[in-house]
Design a protein around this ligand. Structure first.
Ligand SMILES: Nc1ncnc2c1ncn2[C@@H]1O[C@H](COP(=O)(O)OP(=O)(O)OP(=O)(O)O)[C@@H](O)[C@H]1O
Length: 631
């Protein structure tokens, strides 16, 4: 434990030096001067008083008085200069520490860490401690250093007047050190225990304030319920904090009482000694200043030590995040991933999200030939999205392997792999940025290429919508982050989905296009347009397509039916229909659902009007009954 604390001290010292060497060195020098100044003031006061009592002349008194004036000035000015230097250091440290923290977060190529509650607790405490732990440590170290200098000066002074008093004060302070350290550890443990409650509190607070949640919260009348839940969490947090505060108060009260008794005893002794002529007036002043100075310095040392100790414990969360191994093994010398020319192959792939979770994929064998379109279909929870997440190496298979032209994905660099993939996930992101930025995020190397941005938007069928916005592509797509004098724009669900599609299409050089329900939120006409455009865009590109609207996948080169993590059927549309299995059942079911709706005149948005003739037409022109926008 002591070793790891020492290591953390070294880490913080190195960080401070790297962040701002001048402010670090300046703070240390100012700390030393700040420590010497009170002792010098006390000594000079004694010398002036004794010189006055002895009736010394001006020649002796003026230098002493001048020295006293300089020391007094230093006592007043130094704290302000020191506070400025420390603030400079704090700002520089904050920048460096955030940089390292989020660099470390970005080194995890996969998703598993982000789904782990313990990682979230550590991350939250790391974030919080990176706010203030280094500041507290640096400030604490400087305050301790300064107090140690003052303490040594006063101890020497006190020793000259009454050696016994030194021993009494030091011994009286010892229990306080121990108690403060125990309390600081307890405080750190309580912080760890209440972190899940703090995260839940933030979660409920977000639900009560975020525009995305406001609709349901109002519709279902959840406001008071969520507020009560949030307050419940806050009460729990308060209870835990209050218990530690009470223990702190008790022990600090006892220590303060002990200190006062010792100081009062010393004062009594000094007065009696002065009355009997054993001490001069100057001796009494310096003795009283020294007792107060030693006690104040000891209190500073003990409380700052405890605070620095607590900051060090909290800083452990930061080092845990910064030093964590990547969640997926990244090869030291990755095999370069060539442009896909042969096939992507899944060989006996088994996957579950953790040892505690059930198997989601159970021995999947699949070949995705280069230049072909493979469609994955199956009921909710069959494992389709999981499979495409594995293709992007957001997780590794637990057993089996996935190869890209023979290269195991584990041997390639995740960044290389992802540069070759364009994807729209079911749970795509809406960024509170401008329309152009929302699309350009798909390929940051082309962020300034507005023609590319517009092209992608055209292919996704959203160009006209974006041009018609108040500031065109520069319109902020956010109701909460726009300029204060600007009314932000909110897009509809389907428009956001097209924007996500445009983002994926920005990657013009990608070898693999993954579309996980790319049109679930689109109206019938838009879906038809988008699919026609996508078919054109896919061209001879390798694509994996997931859709519950079976009409949109019927022209795929290979349709794979997943059920309970296994491939139960594969073939072309015609082959699968002829086989009369699960695919044929689902396709017929969907078509008959629409036919019933169509016959009853209930199908909205049919472009041609009247009852459609073939299932694929129906499926292209009707609103689906199977799922919503997938959000
Ligand atoms: N991050 C996760 N952690 C744990 N379990 C998960 C996670 N994501 C998905 N699952 C589980 O894995 C199973 C398969 O989910 P997946 O999203 O792959 O299915 P799907 O076939 O895409 O379904 P849908 O058609 O509803 O989109 C589900 O039972 C789901 O609960």
């Amino acid at each position: 434990m002591a070793n790891s604390m020492l290591r953390r001290v070294r880490v913080v010292a190195a960080l401070a030096w790297k962040a701002h060497p001048v402010a670090t060195a300046g703070s240390v020098v100012l700390g030393v001067l700040g420590g010497v100044a009170p002792v010098a003031t006390a000594w000079l006061t004694k010398l002036v008083l004794d010189a006055l009592a002895l009736g010394e002349g001006t020649a002796a008194l003026v230098p002493l008085g001048a020295g006293l004036a300089v020391a007094g000035l230093a006592v007043i000015v130094l704290p302000h200069v020191s506070a400025y230097a420390q603030a400079q250091l704090r700002r520089a440290l904050r920048l460096l520490i955030y940089d390292r923290l989020f660099r470390a977060v970005n080194t995890h190529p996969g998703l598993s860490r982000f789904e782990n509650p313990s990682f979230h607790d550590t991350l939250r405490l790391a974030y919080e401690s990176s706010h203030n732990a280094p500041d507290r440590l640096v400030a604490g170290a400087l305050a301790i250093g300064q107090a140690l200098i003052t303490l040594s000066g006063f101890v020497v002074t006190l020793f000259a007047v009454n050696p016994l008093m030194v021993a009494v004060i030091l011994v009286a302070a010892l229990p306080s050190v121990r108690i403060q350290l125990l309390l600081s550890r307890e405080r750190a443990e309580v912080m760890w225990e209440i972190t899940p409650a703090m995260r839940r509190q933030v979660f409920y607070g977000d639900l009560l304030t975020k525009p995305e949640a406001a609709k349901e919260v109002r519709l279902f009348g959840l406001g008071d319920h969520l507020r009560a839940r949030m307050l419940g969490e806050v009460r729990g947090i308060n209870r835990a904090e209050r218990d530690v505060d009470r223990r702190t108060l008790r022990s600090q009260g006892v220590m303060a009482l002990l200190g006062s008794v010792v100081a009062a005893g010393g004062l009594l002794w000094a007065v009696v000694s002065a009355a009997s002529g054993q001490l001069t007036v100057g001796d009494v002043t310096v003795f009283v200043a020294a007792v107060a100075g030693v006690q104040a310095a000891l209190t500073t040392i003990v409380t700052q030590w405890a605070d620095a100790h607590n900051a060090l414990l909290m800083f452990g969360h930061y080092t845990a995040v910064v030093e964590a191994e990547p969640d997926l093994p990244v090869p030291a010398a990755p095999t370069p991933l060539p442009a896909l020319s042969g096939r992507i192959e899944l060989r006996d792939v088994w996957f579950r999200y953790s040892d505690e979770h059930p198997w989601i994929l159970r021995g999947v064998d699949l070949v995705i030939p280069s230049g072909r379109t493979v469609a994955l279909v199956g009921v909710n929870g069959a494992g389709k999205s999981t499979l495409v997440k594995l293709l992007c190496r957001l997780y590794d298979p637990v057993r089996g392997q996935i190869t890209w032209d023979g290269v195991d994905l584990r041997e390639a660099s995740p960044a290389d792999l992802r540069a070759r993939i364009g994807a729209v996930f079911q749970d795509y992101m809406d960024y509170d940025l401008t329309a152009a930025e929302n699309i350009a995020l798909g390929d940051l190397t082309a962020a300034g290429d507005l023609e590319r941005v517009h092209d992608s938007a055209r292919q996704a069928g959203v160009h006209e919508t974006l041009t018609a916005l108040p500031r065109g592509y520069d319109t902020m797509l956010s109701r909460i982050f726009g300029d204060r004098d600007e009314t932000g724009v909110a897009l509809s669900g389907g428009q956001w989905q097209r924007l996500a599609l445009a983002r994926a299409l920005m990657r013009v050089r990608q070898d693999l296009l993954i579309l996980d329900e790319p049109s679930s939120g689109l109206d019938a006409e838009a879906e038809h347009e988008v699919h026609t455009s996508l078919r054109r865009h896919r061209g001879d590109r390798t694509s994996v397509l997931i859709s519950h609207r079976l009409g949109t996948v019927r022209d795929a080169d290979l349709i794979v039916v997943l059920s309970d993590g296994r491939i139960i059927e594969r073939g072309t549309h015609d082959e699968l229909m002829a086989a009369g299995g699960e695919y044929a059942r689902l396709f017929t079911l969907q078509a008959s659902g629409y036919e019933t709706g169509g016959a009853g005149g209930g199908v909205d948005g049919g472009v041609g009007g009247g009852a459609p003739e073939a299932p694929e037409d129906i499926l292209r022109t009707a609103t689906p009954s199977t799922r919503s926008a997938g959000r």
